[in-house]
Design a protein around this ligand. Structure first.
Ligand SMILES: [Zn+2]
Length: 210
C-alpha cells in the first residue's frame, strides 16, 4: 500500500535517511514502526534483505534496486556495499548520524519549523568515518550534541534545528577536504584522476592524502 506522503530519494542520500524522512512525512514515529507496518523488521532492513526493500518500494514508490543501491547491504561478514563500493564496517558510522550544518541549512532553507525537517537528508559521504569535512562548505561534519536513537535521522536532528540555523554547530576547517571531494565523486560513480582512485573507499585519509 502506497503511503499518503512520499518523499524523493536524493541521488547521494542513504536509504536509511530516506526511510527516516518517509516515516516522518507520514506521522510514523520511527523507522522501526514504519517497517513493522510493512511486516519487515529493523534487522532485515539493516542486513539489507531484499524483501525489506521490496516492502519499501510498495510504501514509497521508489524502485527496490535504487533503495538497495543506496543502502548499506551486508555482503560478507563486516563488509557493506553502498553505491557499488565495498566498505569495511570499521570505516563506517552506520546508524550514527552526522551532518554538515550548511548542507542542512541549504536543504531546509534555514527554516526552523519541524515541517522543514523532511527536506533535510543524510548523505552517504557523511557515514564514511574518514570523511571529516564537507567538501562543499568546508565545515566539519558534526554529530548531534546529544546521543539519540540510531538510524533515526529525523529524530536525531529535529531538536537541533535552531542551533543549526543559527550556525552554532559550525566548525570551519581551513585545511583538507581533498579526501572528501574524492570520496564524494567515487560515491557518485565517477573515477577521479590520481593514484587515490585505486584505494578502497573506506581507506583512511592518512593512507590516501599524503
Ligand atoms: Zn555542506
Amino acid at each position: 500500500m502506497r503511503l499518503k506522503n512520499t518523499v524523493p530519494l536524493h541521488s547521494e542520500e542513504t536509504t536509511a535517511s530516506f526511510v527516516s524522512r518517509l516515516a516522518f512525512a507520514n506521522g510514523v514515529p520511527t523507522v522501526a514502526d514504519l517497517l513493522l507496518d510493512a511486516e519487515v523488521t529493523m534487522a532485515q532492513f539493516l542486513k539489507g534483505e531484499r524483501r525489506a526493500f521490496e516492502a519499501l518500494e510498495e510504501l514509497s514508490g521508489v524502485a527496490t534496486d535504487d533503495l538497495i543501491q543506496q543502502a548499506f547491504i551486508l555482503v560478507e561478514p563486516h563488509v557493506y556495499e553502498i553505491f557499488g563500493h565495498r566498505i569495511g564496517q570499521q570505516h563506517l558510522l552506520r546508524g550514527e548520524s552526522r551532518i554538515c550544518p550548511a548542507c542542512f541549512r541549504q536543504d531546509t532553507r534555514s527554516q526552523v519549523a519541524s515541517d522543514a525537517m523532511v527536506l533535510s537528508y543524510g548523505r552517504a559521504l557523511w557515514a564514511i568515518a574518514s570523511a571529516r569535512v564537507c567538501p562543499i562548505h568546508k565545515l566539519a561534519l558534526v554529530s548531534a550534541p546529544e546521543a539519540s536513537v540510531k538510524h533515526e535521522f529525523v529524530d536525531t536532528w529535529i531538536p537541533w534545528m535552531f542551533e543549526i540555523a543559527e550556525g552554532e554547530l559550525d566548525q570551519t576547517i581551513d585545511e583538507g577536504g581533498m579526501y572528501e571531494e574524492h570520496a564524494a565523486l567515487r560515491l557518485a560513480g565517477e573515477m577521479p584522476e590520481g593514484w587515490a582512485r585505486h584505494f578502497p573507499l573506506g581507506a583512511s585519509q592518512r593512507h590516501i592524502c599524503h
